[in-house]
Design a protein around this ligand. Structure first.
Ligand SMILES: O=P(O)(O)OC[C@H]1O[C@H](OP(=O)(O)OP(=O)(O)O)[C@H](O)[C@@H]1O
Ligand SMILES: O=c1cc[nH]c(=O)[nH]1
Ligand SMILES: [Mg+2]
Length: 213
């Protein structure tokens, strides 16, 4: 993991980088794209949860009593930004099955590039939870910033964003608006194009996940 700047981390693990290369390829179809996004999210979750606290417990094995460790003391919620964030959910739930799942529905207006909110549903006890927001693409940063504006109304314990590809413009916007959010990504790309797409990026993540274009 490489620190790009304060609170911004890029995962340089070879498995993550290899799978990211495969999803960038325009010839990768929806089925493979979906599987790879889930796998990358799972690999990222492994790193992001590295500092979860443990407590000691005693377990009876068939042979004796073992002093072991279990995760304790933190409650997690994962919050995908619809639609594209949905592609990352199962990867996290496979590793953290007890996490609750909230949803924030935002789409980016193609003309103004501003996020439009259409659905929000968070677990009731958000104030007791560490929140991991999921969205594969951080482009202008407008959608992620709006999601954190919303979530912060409920005073969560801590905030993280996991994305696959970030543009420098999006990182700047998110870290200025929400310097307390830890951002984890697999790549920082070159720039945005005139339509607000990340270059070289991977195209429209939602459309590629769900085959809508
Ligand atoms: O950083 P921004 O400039 O806000 O752009 C990023 C947003 O754009 C995409 O969603 P999109 O609007 O395409 O909606 P979708 O997931 O439903 O396709 C992506 O999944 C992010 O949510
Ligand atoms: O490159 C981009 C930018 C925004 N949303 C996407 O899905 N891709
Ligand atoms: Mg989209």
């Amino acid at each position: 993991m490489v620190e790009y700047k304060k609170n911004v981390y890029v995962f340089d693990h070879p498995l993550i980088q290899h799978k990211l290369t495969l999803i960038r390829d325009k010839n990768t179809g929806s089925k493979e794209f979906r599987e790879l996004v889930e796998e990358i999210a799972m690999l990222m979750a492994y790193e992001v949860t590295r500092n979860l606290p443990l407590k000691e417990v005693e377990i009876e094995t068939p042979v004796g009593v073992a002093k072991c460790k279990v995760i304790s003391g933190r409650k997690l919620a994962i919050v995908p930004i619809l639609r594209a964030g949905l592609g990352m959910v199962d990867g996290l739930l496979k590793l953290i099955p007890a996490a609750k799942v909230g949803h924030i529905g935002l789409y980016r207006d193609p003309q103004t590039l501003k996020p439009v909110e259409y659905y929000c549903k968070l677990p009731q006890d958000v104030h007791e939870r560490d929140i991991i927001v999921l969205d594969p693409m951080l482009a202008t940063g407008g959608s992620a910033s709006a999601a954190f504006d919303y979530i912060k109304r409920y005073n969560p314990q801590s905030l993280k964003l996991m994305c696959l590809i970030a543009a420098p413009e999006g990182i700047e916007r998110l870290t200025s608006a929400h310097p307390d959010v830890e951002l984890y990504c697999a790549a920082v790309d070159e720039k945005l194009n005139d339509h607000g797409y990340i270059v070289p990026g991977l195209g429209d993540a939602g459309d590629r996940l769900f085959g809508t274009k």
